[in-house]
Design a protein around this ligand. Structure first.
Ligand SMILES: NC(=O)c1ccc[n+]([C@@H]2O[C@H](COP(=O)([O-])OP(=O)(O)OC[C@H]3O[C@@H](n4cnc5c(N)ncnc54)[C@H](O)[C@@H]3O)[C@@H](O)[C@H]2O)c1
Length: 331
C-alpha cells in the first residue's frame, strides 16, 4: 500500500513509519523542528531527523496548512493517511495558534481523503476527557485546555463524515516509548523520571503523585491500534492500556528495575486547575485493539533505550542539571 504519514518525524508518526516501511511505500510529511516557540516557551514543532535515521521512504518537509504539502500528498495517491501532525503540547495557551494548526488543516485532510478515496486515521487525544469520570468513554468530554478542545473539535468534524469516509479518530492516552526524547519537557514522565534516576538525582514529582492516576500506554500498543484502524469501522476510539496507574508507580518500577532507592522530592503542581487526576481508557468492544503491555512490561521494554539516551544524547552539563528542564534543547 501507499501510506502518507503527517507528523512522521515526531514520536508516534516516526514509530508508524518505521514499523510499516518494510511492507509499504511511505511518504512522511512533517514541518520538522524549527526555532519557533509557543507562548509557554516550548518549541512549536518537535519533528527531528534523528527519529528518521532508519527511514527508507520519502520525506517531504512542509506545513500541514500549506497547499504544497496537500498537493504532495495528493500526487503520491496514498490509500491510507495517518494524520499525526499537530501542536502536541497540552500546555500551549495560544488558542489561535493551537486551533488553527490542529483544527483548520483537518478539513483539508478530510477533503483530500474523500478525493483520493483514502482511509483517514488521525490522532485524537484522551485530553478531551479532562477530569470526566473514569473509565473515560467516548461521549463524555470535558476539555480543559485549548489543545484538548482542538482535538474534540476534530472529532466533531470527523463524525460528520462517518458514513462517507473510512475515518477513525484514535484517542491516545499518555503514550511513552522510543523516539519521544525530542519532545523535550513534553516527553512522558517515564522518560523524564528514568533520566533523573540514571543521573543519580531525586525523582521530582507533584505532591500527591501516588493519587494522580493516568492510563500510561506503550508506543508498541499504539502502533497496533493504528493497524487495527485500517480495518475498523469509522468512529472515535480510545487507545489506552485500560489500566490507571499513578506517577509514583512509574518511579517505583524504574527504581526497582534500575536497583536504586533514591528519595523522591515533591513539589506543588502548577497545572492543577487544568489537570487530569484520573484517566483510564474504557475500550470499545467493537474495535478489536487490545493492549499487550502493562506499565511494568512497557517500562522494561523501553529501559535499554532510556539508558542509550542518557549515555548518548544528553550533554554532560545537562546530566548535572537538577531538573532536566530543557532535555534536548540544543540537539
Ligand atoms: N504522545 C502522546 O501521549 C499523545 C497523546 C494524545 C494524542 N497525541 C497526538 O498524537 C499525535 C502525535 O503526537 P506525538 O506525541 O508524536 O507528538 P510530536 O510532537 O512528537 O509529533 C507531532 C509532529 O507533527 C509535526 N508538526 C507540528 N506542527 C506541524 C505542522 N503545522 N505541519 C506539519 N507538521 C507539523 C512536528 O514537527 C512533529 O514531528 C499528535 O496529534 C498528538 O496531539 C499524542
Amino acid at each position: 500500500m501507499k501510506i502518507a504519514i503527517t507528523g512522521g518525524a515526531g514520536f508516534i508518526g516516526s514509530n508508524l513509519a518505521l514499523a510499516l516501511q518494510e511492507k509499504h511505500e511511505i511518504l512522511v510529511v512533517d514541518k520538522m523542528r524549527s526555532l519557533e516557540r509557543l507562548d509557554n516557551g516550548n518549541l512549536e514543532s518537535f519533528g527531528h531527523f534523528k527519529n528518521l535515521l532508519d527511514f527508507k521512504g520519502e520525506l517531504f518537509v512542509g506545513d500541514i496548512r500549506d497547499e504544497k504539502s496537500l498537493k504532495k500528498i495528493a500526487d503520491f495517491k496514498p490509500e491510507v493517511i495517518f494524520h499525526e501532525a499537530a501542536i502536541s503540547d497540552t500546555t500551549a495557551y495560544d488558542q489561535n495558534k493551537v486551533l488553527s494548526v490542529n483544527l483548520n488543516s483537518f478539513q483539508s485532510f478530510i477533503d483530500l481523503a474523500l478525493k483520493l478515496n483514502a482511509k483517514l486515521i488521525y490522532a485524537s487525544s484522551a485530553s478531551v476527557y479532562g477530569d470526566s469520570p473514569s473509565p473515560q468513554r467516548v461521549g463524555v468530554e470535558e476539555p480543559k485546555n485549548p489543545y484538548a478542545f482542538s482535538k474534540l473539535m476534530m472529532d466533531n468534524l470527523a463524525s460528520k463524515y462517518f458514513d462517507k469516509l473510512h475515518i477513525i479518530g484514535l484517542r491516545y492516552f499518555n503514550i511513552y516509548g522510543k523516539n519521544e526524547f525530542f519532545k523535550e519537557k513534553t516527553a512522558s514522565m517515564i522518560l523524564q523520571f528514568g533520566l533523573q534516576i540514571l543521573s543519580g538525582k531525586s525523582p521530582r514529582l507533584f505532591e500527591g503523585s501516588d493519587k494522580i492516576y493516568r492510563d500510561f500506554t506503550y508506543i508498541k500498543d499504539v502502533v497496533s491500534a493504528n493497524l487495527v484502524a485500517l480495518d475498523g469501522k469509522s468512529g472515535i476510539y480510545n487507545v489506552g492500556s485500560a489500566k490507571a496507574r499513578s506517577f509514583q508507580d512509574i518511579v517505583d518500577i524504574l527504581q526497582s528495575l534500575l536497583k536504586t532507592n533514591l528519595p523522591c522530592e515533591y513539589f506543588e503542581n502548577p497545572f492543577k486547575k487544568a489537570y487530569q487526576f484520573h484517566t483510564e481508557a474504557k475500550l470499545d468492544e467493537s474495535f478489536s485493539y487490545r493492549p499487550k503491555f502493562s506499565l511494568e512490561e512497557g517500562i522494561e521494554d523501553y529501559l535499554g533505550e532510556i539508558k542509550r539516551i542518557f549515555e548518548q544524547e544528553i550533554d554532560e552539563d545537562k546530566k548535572n542539571s537538577s531538573l532536566f528542564k530543557r532535555l534536548a534543547d540544543r540537539i
